[in-house]
Design a protein around this ligand. Structure first.
Ligand SMILES: Nc1ncnc2c1ncn2[C@@H]1O[C@H](COP(=O)(O)OP(=O)(O)O)[C@@H](O)[C@H]1O
Ligand SMILES: [Mg+2]
Length: 387
């Protein structure tokens, strides 16, 4: 087996972990890596990035800059990722001695909703009805096959509900096609949701899996608002979601971390919504709620070390802090932290904008209801006037 795909010598503290991407997911990975004694190099187009502040060295360039990317890739001992839209071309510039974890195949699949769904379908994973769409005529045919209401989603580059249009009846088809800017898309049946859950799987170089979840997720305006764990779903649903998530990780022969988002239908069916081969916003609550966080597991897996424990320490909830909270006045941090069960994470982004993820708050409690309520109340208290 080649070193790149297979088991090689572990990467140890003192060696250098390369992180592709400079956002908050990379920041929290870098925090764990630095604390554990690794060196961290970050590649990002952003001058002043959340992950960059925890790196020993930052390479600021677009990923089309071959010279800069090669310098980065030559300076590291393993490459991992904090987002999935990596350029396949740049991975060709990584020297053979540097393992790429997870491997390029996973990103190629996850970057495109159509490819992702085809992959999942091939392995028999349950999905909402869907069809891929390349033209308005395709969309009209797809609406017949999938049925309406449905959601049209661009196949590449969508996140936080961007690049999506809900179609209620056939009079809305042309508008929806405009809304996705006539880009290759996927039409998906609208699912009558009982709830949404995610499962995060860490898989090491030997194929052992650590499973977090299911985590129950609540979205507002398509952006994750609140996550709680354990999810308030029936044991059968929880078991099924974990089993399906593990299957996805195995089929990819993943080394690293993957998050599977699920729709749970009113009938208790568990359908795969989408996958992300990286740490996930819904997994932030693993930092305080679990023995070992999603970020530490990512680090261990990509460094070729055995998994840590995924035992949950305590019921836990996480609320996202969006830029909206910075208006009309500076958030009242003292009020937020008044409860000692409350943990604040800020991502050091300099310009708060509505909808921008600026940080999150985590609350550990004796049960999830209390954790969720405290987290939401703590966030609401940010709006209180400063004394
Ligand atoms: N087919 C669907 N049926 C019902 N709700 C949906 C559907 N697709 C998306 N949504 C809602 O929109 C959210 C964002 O969609 P998702 O496909 O996860 O895209 P993103 O990449 O933006 O996260 C979902 O978490 C869900 O709340
Ligand atoms: Mg999603």
């Amino acid at each position: 087996m080649s070193q790149r795909g297979g088991i090689s010598k572990p990467i140890l503290p003192g060696q250098t972990v390369g992180i592709y991407g400079g956002g908050q997911l990379g920041r929290m990975l870098a925090q764990v890596a630095r604390r554990t004694g690794y060196r961290v190099h970050v590649f990002t187009p952003e001058d002043d990035s959340p992950a960059g502040h925890f790196a020993n060295q930052v390479f600021v360039a677009p990923d089309t800059d071959e010279e800069a990317f090669r310098r980065f890739a030559n300076s590291i001992d393993v490459l991992t990722f904090e987002f999935e839209n990596v350029s396949a071309a740049s991975l060709e510039w990584v020297p053979e001695r540097v393992p790429i974890r997870p491997g390029p195949q996973v990103f190629w699949t996850a970057q495109d909703r159509g490819r992702e769904k085809a992959f999942l379908q091939k392995y028999g994973l349950p999905l909402p009805k869907f069809a891929t769409v390349d033209s308005l005529a395709d969309l009209e045919r797809a609406a017949q096959v999938v049925g309406l209401p449905a959601v049209l989603k661009t196949s590449a580059g969508g996140y936080d509900g961007k690049g999506q249009a809900v179609i209620r009846d056939s009079s809305e088809l042309a508008n929806a096609w405009q809304a996705v800017q006539e880009r290759p898309s996927t039409l998906e049946a609208f699912v009558d949701l009982a709830c949404e859950v995610s499962v995060i799987v860490a898989r090491d170089v030997w194929g052992a899996c650590g499973v977090y979840g299911p985590i129950e997720n609540h979205h507002t305006n398509h952006i994750l608002d609140l996550s709680v764990c354990p999810a308030r779903v029936e044991a059968g649903v929880a078991h099924r979601a974990c089993e399906l998530a593990r299957k996805v990780a195995d089929h990819f022969e993943l080394v690293g971390l993957i998050c599977i988002e699920f729709f749970v239908t009113a009938e208790g069916e568990v359908l795969v919504n989408e996958i992300a081969p990286r740490p996930h916003n819904s997994g932030h609550l693993t930092i305080e709620g679990f023995a070992v966080s999603q970020f530490e597991q990512q680090l261990r897996c990509v460094c070729g070390l055995p998994l840590g424990s995924t035992v949950q320490r305590t019921p836990v909830a996480m609320a996202n802090l969006l830029g909206d909270l910075w208006f009309p006045h500076e958030p009242n941090w003292r009020a937020l932290l008044a409860s000692p069960e409350t943990y604040l994470h800020l991502y050091d982004k300099n310009s708060p904008r509505p909808g921008r993820k600026m940080g999150h708050v985590t609350v550990c409690a004796t049960d999830v209801e209390r954790a969720a309520l405290t987290a939401v109340n703590a966030r609401d208290s940010l709006g209180l006037p400063w004394e």
